[in-house]
Design a protein around this ligand. Structure first.
Ligand SMILES: C[S@@+](CC[C@H](N)C(=O)[O-])C[C@H]1O[C@@H](n2cnc3c(N)ncnc32)[C@H](O)[C@@H]1O
Length: 284
């Protein structure tokens, strides 16, 4: 039984960090002519109507993408991400939010491929409907953790693996770690982008260290770990304080771009000054 629906959270601070990083990685991959494959193991519905009932329930986008929308002073990486969201909306108003599948599709070239996995029947149906007719894209209703054997290494020998589970069941934590290990064993050069929640929960607190250990000495281009904190622990108790991205084999441009963007994002998206926090660590 899958309870999580991304429509309730679309465009929140966690999506900002994850999707900004995704745009940076894809723009870097696009600098070389040779095609690549993007594998999105937990794809969601693909895009979300911010006026819809689910997005409107808590309006999480108000403290995420909406805070960036009218600003004229965006750091370069934030600008690149907001440009993609803007291009996805028909007019000047923020009405639609592209999930990782639509963001990836916007940046894909004819020689690239997108493989999307989503288990929730409703989200899978919406996603498949959106992607129908695009020969570069395949959508499957499969468990994203179990598809790595069939997907890696890709025939293109260039690839991005995005792993973005809900973490609503505790087994997601060990499965993410196992997926990173398997991905790097099958295809050591693969860029792997993993999103993680910042929670006061042992499993969540331990995972970054475990991911770093799994990539160290295995991923030839090392790893990057970035954090964006927006809530003070006192305010949220066991709720999400912020989030992190772990990237194995990051492009060399990613750390400088995030180090410029994160202080600005922390000041802009944090609920109060005490909550604002960020970090960007690399193996090199
Ligand atoms: C955080 S959302 C994905 C958001 C999406 N990656 C984005 O950035 O727009 C996680 C999704 O994973 C789906 N899901 C949960 N467990 C899964 C599994 N084992 N395999 C594939 N999809 C799964 C959920 O139904 C949900 O739609």
């Amino acid at each position: 039984m899958l309870a999580y629906r991304h429509a309730f959270h679309a465009g929140n601070h966690a999506d900002v960090l994850k999707h900004l990083t995704l745009v940076q990685v894809l723009q870097h991959l696009n600098q070389k002519e040779k095609g690549y494959r993007v594998i999105d193991t937990h794809a969601g519905a693909g895009a979300y109507a911010l006026g819809g009932r689910q997005a409107q329930l808590h309006r999480e986008f108000d403290s995420g993408i909406a805070r960036l929308w009218g600003r004229g002073d965006l750091p370069r990486a934030v600008q690149a991400y907001v440009d993609q969201v803007r291009a996805f909306n028909d007019g000047p108003e923020l009405r639609q939010y592209p999930g990782s599948p639509e963001l990836a599709r916007r940046l894909l070239r004819p020689q690239d491929q997108l493989r999307l996995f989503e288990l929730h029947a409703t989200d899978h149906g919406q996603l498949a409907g959106r992607m129908r007719g695009d020969a570069r894209v395949e959508v499957r209703p499969a468990d994203g953790f179990t598809v790595l054997k069939s997907q890696l290494p890709p025939p293109t020998r260039r690839g991005l693996l995005l792993i973005d589970p809900p973490y609503e069941i505790k087994t997601d934590y060990p499965r993410v770690l196992a997926a990173l290990r398997e991905a790097l064993t099958r295809f050591a050069e693969c860029t792997v982008l993993i999103w993680l929640p910042q929670l006061q929960l042992l499993e969540a607190a331990r995972l970054p260290q475990r991911l770093k250990a799994a990539a160290t000495g295995v991923a030839p281009k090392g790893w990057l770990l970035a954090r964006l904190s927006v809530q003070h622990p006192r305010a949220r108790g066991f709720g999400m304080l912020g989030s992190l991205v772990f990237v194995a084999n990051p492009p060399h441009t990613l750390a400088p771009a995030l180090r410029q963007a994160l202080p600005w994002l922390a000041a802009t998206l944090a609920e109060d000054e005490q909550a604002a926090g960020w970090a960007c660590e690399t193996s090199a």
